[in-house]
Ligand binder design. Structure first.
Ligand code: SAM
Length: 320
Protein backbone atom coordinates (compact mmCIF):
# COMPACT_ATOMS: atom_id res chain seq x y z
CA UNK A 1 0.00 0.00 0.00
CA UNK A 2 2.80 2.46 0.92
CA UNK A 3 5.46 0.98 -1.39
CA UNK A 4 5.45 3.81 -3.90
CA UNK A 5 5.20 6.61 -1.37
CA UNK A 6 8.42 8.62 -1.29
CA UNK A 7 9.88 8.72 2.19
CA UNK A 8 13.21 10.55 2.23
CA UNK A 9 13.33 10.96 6.04
CA UNK A 10 13.13 7.50 7.67
CA UNK A 11 11.96 8.82 11.02
CA UNK A 12 10.98 6.56 13.88
CA UNK A 13 7.35 7.38 14.62
CA UNK A 14 6.61 8.10 10.97
CA UNK A 15 2.99 7.48 10.00
CA UNK A 16 3.99 6.00 6.66
CA UNK A 17 2.56 2.56 7.36
CA UNK A 18 -0.69 3.93 8.76
CA UNK A 19 -1.11 6.77 6.26
CA UNK A 20 -3.79 5.11 4.14
CA UNK A 21 -5.88 4.14 7.14
CA UNK A 22 -5.57 7.56 8.75
CA UNK A 23 -6.28 9.48 5.54
CA UNK A 24 -9.44 7.49 4.83
CA UNK A 25 -11.06 9.58 7.57
CA UNK A 26 -10.09 12.92 6.02
CA UNK A 27 -12.77 15.03 4.33
CA UNK A 28 -12.86 15.31 0.57
CA UNK A 29 -11.49 18.38 -1.24
CA UNK A 30 -9.31 19.85 1.48
CA UNK A 31 -8.12 23.35 0.62
CA UNK A 32 -4.94 23.26 2.73
CA UNK A 33 -3.80 20.25 4.73
CA UNK A 34 -1.87 21.39 7.79
CA UNK A 35 0.71 18.95 9.18
CA UNK A 36 2.16 20.97 12.07
CA UNK A 37 4.03 18.06 13.73
CA UNK A 38 5.32 16.95 10.36
CA UNK A 39 8.60 15.13 11.07
CA UNK A 40 8.95 12.95 7.97
CA UNK A 41 5.61 14.38 6.70
CA UNK A 42 4.30 10.92 5.82
CA UNK A 43 0.67 12.05 5.88
CA UNK A 44 1.38 15.11 3.72
CA UNK A 45 3.19 12.94 1.17
CA UNK A 46 0.35 10.42 1.14
CA UNK A 47 -2.27 13.16 0.73
CA UNK A 48 -0.27 14.83 -2.06
CA UNK A 49 0.15 11.57 -3.90
CA UNK A 50 -3.56 10.78 -3.68
CA UNK A 51 -4.87 14.26 -4.48
CA UNK A 52 -6.55 14.78 -1.12
CA UNK A 53 -5.70 18.48 -0.80
CA UNK A 54 -4.84 21.42 -3.05
CA UNK A 55 -2.14 22.88 -0.82
CA UNK A 56 0.00 21.72 2.07
CA UNK A 57 1.48 23.25 5.19
CA UNK A 58 4.43 21.42 6.73
CA UNK A 59 5.43 22.55 10.22
CA UNK A 60 7.75 21.33 12.95
CA UNK A 61 9.39 23.01 15.91
CA UNK A 62 12.79 21.52 15.03
CA UNK A 63 14.39 24.17 12.78
CA UNK A 64 16.80 21.75 11.06
CA UNK A 65 13.85 19.53 10.10
CA UNK A 66 12.10 22.39 8.34
CA UNK A 67 15.33 23.45 6.61
CA UNK A 68 15.77 19.85 5.51
CA UNK A 69 12.31 19.94 3.97
CA UNK A 70 13.19 23.23 2.25
CA UNK A 71 16.24 21.58 0.71
CA UNK A 72 14.24 18.50 -0.35
CA UNK A 73 11.44 20.50 -1.96
CA UNK A 74 13.34 23.45 -3.45
CA UNK A 75 16.83 22.02 -4.15
CA UNK A 76 16.35 18.27 -4.60
CA UNK A 77 19.48 17.65 -6.70
CA UNK A 78 21.80 19.55 -4.40
CA UNK A 79 20.26 17.91 -1.32
CA UNK A 80 20.60 14.40 -2.78
CA UNK A 81 24.17 15.10 -3.82
CA UNK A 82 25.16 16.41 -0.40
CA UNK A 83 23.66 13.29 1.20
CA UNK A 84 25.62 11.09 -1.23
CA UNK A 85 28.88 12.76 -0.23
CA UNK A 86 28.16 12.49 3.51
CA UNK A 87 27.11 8.86 3.16
CA UNK A 88 30.17 7.92 1.06
CA UNK A 89 32.59 9.54 3.52
CA UNK A 90 31.66 7.00 6.21
CA UNK A 91 33.34 4.10 4.42
CA UNK A 92 36.63 3.24 6.08
CA UNK A 93 36.18 5.98 8.65
CA UNK A 94 35.01 4.61 12.00
CA UNK A 95 34.71 8.10 13.51
CA UNK A 96 32.64 9.62 10.73
CA UNK A 97 29.27 9.31 12.50
CA UNK A 98 30.65 10.76 15.73
CA UNK A 99 32.14 13.73 13.91
CA UNK A 100 28.93 14.45 12.01
CA UNK A 101 26.96 14.23 15.25
CA UNK A 102 29.33 16.63 17.04
CA UNK A 103 29.17 19.01 14.09
CA UNK A 104 25.36 18.84 13.98
CA UNK A 105 25.16 19.69 17.67
CA UNK A 106 27.06 22.92 16.98
CA UNK A 107 25.88 23.99 13.53
CA UNK A 108 22.51 22.20 13.06
CA UNK A 109 23.12 21.59 9.37
CA UNK A 110 19.96 19.89 7.99
CA UNK A 111 22.01 17.48 5.85
CA UNK A 112 23.93 16.36 8.92
CA UNK A 113 20.54 15.71 10.57
CA UNK A 114 19.39 13.64 7.59
CA UNK A 115 22.54 11.51 7.69
CA UNK A 116 22.21 11.00 11.48
CA UNK A 117 18.53 9.99 11.17
CA UNK A 118 19.39 7.50 8.43
CA UNK A 119 22.36 5.99 10.22
CA UNK A 120 21.34 6.03 13.90
CA UNK A 121 20.00 3.02 15.81
CA UNK A 122 16.53 2.11 14.50
CA UNK A 123 16.23 5.58 12.92
CA UNK A 124 15.24 6.62 16.44
CA UNK A 125 16.34 10.18 17.09
CA UNK A 126 17.18 10.99 20.71
CA UNK A 127 17.99 14.38 22.21
CA UNK A 128 19.30 15.33 25.65
CA UNK A 129 18.03 18.20 27.78
CA UNK A 130 20.42 20.60 26.02
CA UNK A 131 18.79 19.67 22.70
CA UNK A 132 21.85 17.73 21.53
CA UNK A 133 21.45 14.70 19.30
CA UNK A 134 22.60 11.74 21.40
CA UNK A 135 21.63 8.57 19.53
CA UNK A 136 24.45 6.19 18.54
CA UNK A 137 25.22 4.76 15.11
CA UNK A 138 23.63 1.49 14.09
CA UNK A 139 26.61 -0.82 13.66
CA UNK A 140 24.76 -3.24 11.36
CA UNK A 141 23.42 -0.82 8.76
CA UNK A 142 25.00 1.97 6.75
CA UNK A 143 21.84 4.08 6.34
CA UNK A 144 19.74 4.62 3.24
CA UNK A 145 21.70 4.15 0.01
CA UNK A 146 22.24 7.46 -1.86
CA UNK A 147 20.52 6.16 -5.03
CA UNK A 148 17.40 5.33 -3.06
CA UNK A 149 17.61 8.66 -1.26
CA UNK A 150 17.88 10.54 -4.55
CA UNK A 151 14.74 8.84 -5.88
CA UNK A 152 12.83 9.59 -2.69
CA UNK A 153 13.93 13.24 -2.60
CA UNK A 154 13.11 13.86 -6.25
CA UNK A 155 9.69 12.19 -5.93
CA UNK A 156 8.87 14.16 -2.76
CA UNK A 157 9.95 17.39 -4.42
CA UNK A 158 7.81 16.85 -7.48
CA UNK A 159 4.79 16.03 -5.30
CA UNK A 160 5.13 19.15 -3.14
CA UNK A 161 6.93 21.82 -5.16
CA UNK A 162 4.85 24.99 -5.70
CA UNK A 163 2.08 23.87 -3.38
CA UNK A 164 3.68 23.60 0.02
CA UNK A 165 4.54 26.17 2.66
CA UNK A 166 7.08 25.38 5.37
CA UNK A 167 6.75 26.79 8.87
CA UNK A 168 9.10 26.33 11.77
CA UNK A 169 7.54 26.74 15.20
CA UNK A 170 4.97 25.61 17.67
CA UNK A 171 2.01 23.78 16.15
CA UNK A 172 -0.55 26.36 17.19
CA UNK A 173 1.39 29.12 15.43
CA UNK A 174 1.59 26.94 12.32
CA UNK A 175 -2.20 26.48 12.45
CA UNK A 176 -2.97 30.12 13.27
CA UNK A 177 -4.60 30.81 9.88
CA UNK A 178 -6.30 27.41 9.41
CA UNK A 179 -10.04 27.74 8.80
CA UNK A 180 -13.11 25.53 8.44
CA UNK A 181 -12.21 24.83 4.77
CA UNK A 182 -8.83 23.42 5.75
CA UNK A 183 -7.91 20.26 7.63
CA UNK A 184 -5.32 19.75 10.34
CA UNK A 185 -3.58 16.45 10.97
CA UNK A 186 -1.92 16.36 14.38
CA UNK A 187 0.74 13.87 15.40
CA UNK A 188 2.35 15.25 18.56
CA UNK A 189 4.92 13.39 20.63
CA UNK A 190 2.89 10.95 22.71
CA UNK A 191 2.71 11.26 26.46
CA UNK A 192 4.87 8.60 28.03
CA UNK A 193 7.07 8.05 25.00
CA UNK A 194 8.83 11.38 24.85
CA UNK A 195 9.97 12.01 28.37
CA UNK A 196 13.03 10.90 30.31
CA UNK A 197 16.70 11.62 29.98
CA UNK A 198 17.10 11.08 26.25
CA UNK A 199 13.88 12.27 24.72
CA UNK A 200 12.42 10.78 21.58
CA UNK A 201 11.99 14.18 19.97
CA UNK A 202 13.78 17.45 20.54
CA UNK A 203 10.70 18.93 22.24
CA UNK A 204 7.84 17.66 24.34
CA UNK A 205 4.26 18.79 24.57
CA UNK A 206 2.29 18.76 27.79
CA UNK A 207 -1.18 17.28 27.78
CA UNK A 208 -2.54 20.61 29.05
CA UNK A 209 -1.02 22.54 26.12
CA UNK A 210 -2.40 19.99 23.67
CA UNK A 211 -5.92 20.09 25.16
CA UNK A 212 -5.89 23.87 25.21
CA UNK A 213 -4.91 23.96 21.52
CA UNK A 214 -7.55 21.39 20.56
CA UNK A 215 -10.20 23.47 22.30
CA UNK A 216 -9.05 26.51 20.27
CA UNK A 217 -9.39 24.57 17.01
CA UNK A 218 -12.86 23.40 18.04
CA UNK A 219 -13.92 26.97 18.83
CA UNK A 220 -12.67 28.16 15.44
CA UNK A 221 -14.48 25.28 13.68
CA UNK A 222 -11.23 23.92 12.20
CA UNK A 223 -11.66 20.20 11.45
CA UNK A 224 -8.84 17.93 12.53
CA UNK A 225 -7.63 14.39 13.11
CA UNK A 226 -5.27 13.63 15.96
CA UNK A 227 -3.01 10.62 16.41
CA UNK A 228 -2.47 10.38 20.11
CA UNK A 229 -1.58 7.67 22.57
CA UNK A 230 -1.99 3.98 22.10
CA UNK A 231 -0.88 0.69 23.56
CA UNK A 232 1.66 -2.02 22.97
CA UNK A 233 0.89 -5.28 24.76
CA UNK A 234 -0.01 -4.25 28.29
CA UNK A 235 1.80 -0.89 28.08
CA UNK A 236 -0.58 2.04 27.52
CA UNK A 237 0.36 5.59 26.61
CA UNK A 238 -1.82 8.29 28.08
CA UNK A 239 -5.46 8.43 29.21
CA UNK A 240 -8.30 9.13 26.73
CA UNK A 241 -9.04 12.74 25.81
CA UNK A 242 -11.86 14.52 27.67
CA UNK A 243 -15.44 14.06 26.47
CA UNK A 244 -16.17 17.81 26.28
CA UNK A 245 -14.05 18.01 23.12
CA UNK A 246 -16.62 15.71 21.45
CA UNK A 247 -14.04 13.76 19.48
CA UNK A 248 -14.71 10.39 17.92
CA UNK A 249 -12.13 7.85 19.01
CA UNK A 250 -10.90 5.15 16.62
CA UNK A 251 -8.41 2.45 17.45
CA UNK A 252 -6.08 1.46 14.62
CA UNK A 253 -4.05 -1.72 14.63
CA UNK A 254 -0.52 -0.60 13.73
CA UNK A 255 0.79 -4.16 13.50
CA UNK A 256 3.48 -5.98 15.40
CA UNK A 257 5.68 -3.87 17.63
CA UNK A 258 9.24 -3.94 16.27
CA UNK A 259 10.64 -3.06 19.70
CA UNK A 260 8.72 -5.89 21.41
CA UNK A 261 9.79 -8.32 18.67
CA UNK A 262 13.42 -7.36 19.26
CA UNK A 263 12.88 -8.13 22.94
CA UNK A 264 11.40 -11.54 22.12
CA UNK A 265 7.75 -10.63 22.67
CA UNK A 266 4.95 -10.94 20.15
CA UNK A 267 2.89 -7.81 20.78
CA UNK A 268 0.81 -5.56 18.59
CA UNK A 269 0.66 -1.79 18.69
CA UNK A 270 -2.72 -0.08 18.82
CA UNK A 271 -2.86 3.62 17.96
CA UNK A 272 -5.63 6.07 18.74
CA UNK A 273 -7.04 8.37 16.10
CA UNK A 274 -9.36 11.14 17.32
CA UNK A 275 -11.61 12.98 14.86
CA UNK A 276 -13.25 16.34 15.43
CA UNK A 277 -17.01 16.49 14.84
CA UNK A 278 -16.51 19.20 12.16
CA UNK A 279 -15.14 16.50 9.90
CA UNK A 280 -17.98 15.39 7.63
CA UNK A 281 -16.25 12.13 6.85
CA UNK A 282 -16.35 11.33 10.55
CA UNK A 283 -19.93 10.18 10.47
CA UNK A 284 -19.42 8.20 7.33
CA UNK A 285 -16.61 6.51 9.24
CA UNK A 286 -18.88 5.84 12.16
CA UNK A 287 -21.53 4.15 10.07
CA UNK A 288 -19.06 2.09 8.13
CA UNK A 289 -16.76 1.03 10.95
CA UNK A 290 -15.83 -1.34 12.38
CA UNK A 291 -14.58 -2.93 9.23
CA UNK A 292 -11.46 -4.72 8.23
CA UNK A 293 -9.36 -2.34 6.11
CA UNK A 294 -7.67 -3.92 3.10
CA UNK A 295 -4.40 -5.51 4.06
CA UNK A 296 -5.15 -5.13 7.76
CA UNK A 297 -4.40 -8.23 9.77
CA UNK A 298 -6.58 -7.75 12.78
CA UNK A 299 -7.67 -10.42 15.16
CA UNK A 300 -10.73 -10.24 17.35
CA UNK A 301 -8.84 -8.54 20.17
CA UNK A 302 -7.48 -5.79 17.96
CA UNK A 303 -10.32 -4.91 15.65
CA UNK A 304 -10.69 -1.22 14.77
CA UNK A 305 -13.06 0.32 17.24
CA UNK A 306 -14.93 3.56 17.17
CA UNK A 307 -16.99 5.52 19.60
CA UNK A 308 -18.71 8.69 18.46
CA UNK A 309 -19.69 11.40 20.86
CA UNK A 310 -22.46 12.84 18.67
CA UNK A 311 -23.40 11.08 15.44
CA UNK A 312 -25.16 13.26 12.85
CA UNK A 313 -27.21 10.44 11.41
CA UNK A 314 -27.79 6.84 12.22
CA UNK A 315 -26.93 5.59 15.63
CA UNK A 316 -23.66 5.42 17.36
CA UNK A 317 -21.85 2.20 16.74
CA UNK A 318 -19.42 0.89 19.19
CA UNK A 319 -17.72 -2.39 18.71
CA UNK A 320 -16.35 -4.50 21.47
C1 SAM B 1 5.46 12.01 16.41
S1 SAM B 1 6.56 13.04 15.50
C2 SAM B 1 5.67 13.29 14.01
C3 SAM B 1 5.88 12.17 13.05
C4 SAM B 1 5.25 12.45 11.71
N1 SAM B 1 3.80 12.37 11.72
C5 SAM B 1 5.82 11.53 10.64
O1 SAM B 1 5.05 10.91 9.89
O2 SAM B 1 7.02 11.43 10.57
C6 SAM B 1 6.37 14.57 16.34
C7 SAM B 1 7.11 15.75 15.71
O3 SAM B 1 6.66 16.94 16.38
C8 SAM B 1 7.74 17.83 16.56
N2 SAM B 1 7.34 18.68 17.70
C9 SAM B 1 7.47 18.45 19.03
N3 SAM B 1 6.87 19.44 19.74
C10 SAM B 1 6.32 20.30 18.83
C11 SAM B 1 5.53 21.49 18.94
N4 SAM B 1 5.17 22.00 20.12
N5 SAM B 1 5.11 22.09 17.80
C12 SAM B 1 5.47 21.59 16.58
N6 SAM B 1 6.22 20.45 16.41
C13 SAM B 1 6.62 19.81 17.53
C14 SAM B 1 8.96 16.94 16.74
O4 SAM B 1 10.14 17.60 16.31
C15 SAM B 1 8.62 15.73 15.85
O5 SAM B 1 9.20 15.85 14.58
Amino acid sequence: MHAALPHPIPYQGSKRRLAARIAQHFPRSIRTLYDPFAGSAAITLYAAKHGLARRFMIGDSLPAMIELWRGIVERPHETAERYRILWSQQHGDADHYGRVRARYNIGHDPLDLLYLICRCVKNAVRFNTRGEFTQSADQRRMGMHPDRMRNAIEAASSLLRDRVELRCGDWLETCADASARDFVYLDPPYLGTSTGRDKRYHAQLTREALLDGLAQLRTRGVPFALSYDGATGTKKYGPPLPAHLQLAHLLLDAGRSAQATLNGRNERTIESLYLSPDNRRLYESCTSLPQKPRGDRQDSRHRARVSCARPARGRTRRST
